[in-house]
Write a new protein. Structure first.
Length: 199
């Protein structure tokens, strides 16, 4: 995914990013350098921090301390890996004068046996959010993909043949309501021994 611009999100989120994304590392205080008195030309719009310059996420991730975190129980037992989380600011296009982004979480995953960290996320969740919560939300993608697949295969989300946005919106809304009903039904009445679960 492309790096996030320095905007304030409307809602808290967790989004996957690439290791080539530039960020201001923890402890950095990027500021605009003031021009010396009497100097000519336009004032600088770039932010600088000589002690903590921007760094690629993939490089910064190798310097962090990791800990084992489990996030859900699957068919092969509890899913677990090593994660690290730090507070950073995005440095997207900082050389073009784009100001630092708001402080947010950088979550990194480094599986046991891998030569380098493999996955990265940015999150606008509050600073007191636990790493377990960050991991749990970052790993919700599998559930979203499973629900989307179920809506297409079982509820006909991909059967719409109309030509208008309103028609598709109505169709998708009915499919989402049906999926919500089935999910609630399964949660309140789990299948007994020997019964088949539609999921």
């Amino acid at each position: 995914m492309t790096p996030l611009r320095s905007i304030t999100p409307a809602h808290d989120n967790v989004v996957g990013i690439k290791g080539e994304t530039s960020v201001w590392p923890p402890g950095s205080t990027p500021t605009i350098r003031k021009k010396p008195p009497g100097s000519r030309g336009r004032p600088s719009s770039r932010h600088y921090d000589d002690k903590h310059p921007p760094v690629l996420v993939g490089v910064l991730a190798k310097e962090l301390k990791y800990r084992a975190v489990s996030w859900r129980e699957g068919s092969r037992g509890w899913q677990s890996s090593r994660f690290a989380a730090v507070r950073i600011r995005t440095a997207h296009r900082h050389m073009n004068g784009v100001p630092p982004g708001d402080e947010q979480w950088l979550l990194c995953q480094w599986p046991q046996g891998a030569q380098a960290p493999t996955k990265f996320w940015l999150s606008s969740l509050p600073a007191d959010t636990s790493i377990r919560t960050l991991v749990r939300l970052a790993k919700l993608r599998w559930r979203i993909e499973r629900d989307y697949q179920e809506m297409k295969q079982e509820l006909g989300l991909d059967h719409f043949e109309g030509r208008t946005w309103r028609g598709f919106h109505h169709h998708a809304t009915l499919c989402a309501m049906a999926h919500g009903f089935l999910a609630l039904r399964r949660a309140l009445s789990p299948p007994g021994p020997g019964e088949m679960d539609a999921a």
